[in-house]
Ligand binder design. Sequence first.
Ligand code: 13P
Ligand code: SF4
Length: 369
Amino acid sequence: MNEHNILRVLDHDLTEYYRYSPEALDSQISAVRKRLSDRVLILGHNYQRDEVYKFADYTGDSLKLSQEAVRRNDREFVIFCGVKFMAETADILTSAAQKIILPDLAAGCSMADMADIDHVESAWQELKEILPGTVVTPVTYINSSADLKAFCGEQGGLVCTSTNAEKIIRWAFERREKILFFPDQHLGRNTCKRMGISLDEMILWDPDQKNGGNSAEDIRKARVFLWKGFCSVHQMFKPEHVSYFRTQYPGIRVIVHPECSMEVADKSDLIGSTEYIIRTVSAAPSGSRWAVGTELNLVNRLKRDNPDKEVYFLSPMVCMCSTMFRIDAQHLLWSMEQIEAGAPVNQIIVPETDRSWAKVALERMLALA
Ligand code: 13P
Ligand code: SF4
């Protein structure tokens, strides 16, 4: 994002768009979409609101959407209805001629913000002092900023998503003894545990403490360093919610996203990405019962699309991703109108200094995916 675009966004008042009825918004979006025709590709993450999701040319999880952005390199503009790290990923993977638009620049990811390049570089230095030589592979969850992906690319590491974390971690262990996994401790822990790595081989890395809060001996013994990050939405699911559904609804199957804590994942029947959750529940037999532990918009849609099944939201709390929610029909319409007017806004541009190494880290992942 450049300064010019930030100013344009701050200057822009969308009040008039909020006066339109939902029907008027729908018809204006459809009309401008038609006029823009194949200049534009709209990608929609599975957590998007229905009012936006229904206009997406492709929907999916982070992996599927990044693959789609690469495949559709014929479109001049990709409007990414998701969050900033996804739009950055699309910008890294697409050609220089393609422009990636994030309809609301405030759509970030609080988990991605829990790791920054300064903290990761100092953790790397501390690890190097205790572990001389090249023994650690940095692995970043795709929910991270472009400079962290670049760091991984340059240091022989790579990116993973919730779909391929196991494959990626296996690749890393085939090359070096240890991994530094950031920013989501839960995806790291849940995946490594399922791969047979014991909990005492994993240590938490607190970026605000010297050596992550660990002794040199603990660091020498550990195989996995888990960054102390988490998703504020998925941390709302608790093991007691799983127990509640099992007691109240005999035979229910519990399916959760791997960003949930280990205590929740261990009590669940199935664990996987948003796309995996949708695919699994959609393909389940009529009459089956499901409790789903991921973002509310996705679960509500799943409920509506599977009226022959009982689909429940796993938490009594409202667990919505407030940043995903920022992309609404008003911002979608506005960003398309600006493209049509020849004055596109909110273009996401990854700086050249990060682009090439970040691309290496992403391509290592895509080659394995
Ligand atoms: P998926 O890649 O599974 O869609 O997850 C992205 C995400 O941010 C989940 O919180
Ligand atoms: Fe980030 Fe959590 Fe929102 Fe996913 S649900 S985008 S991890 S804050």
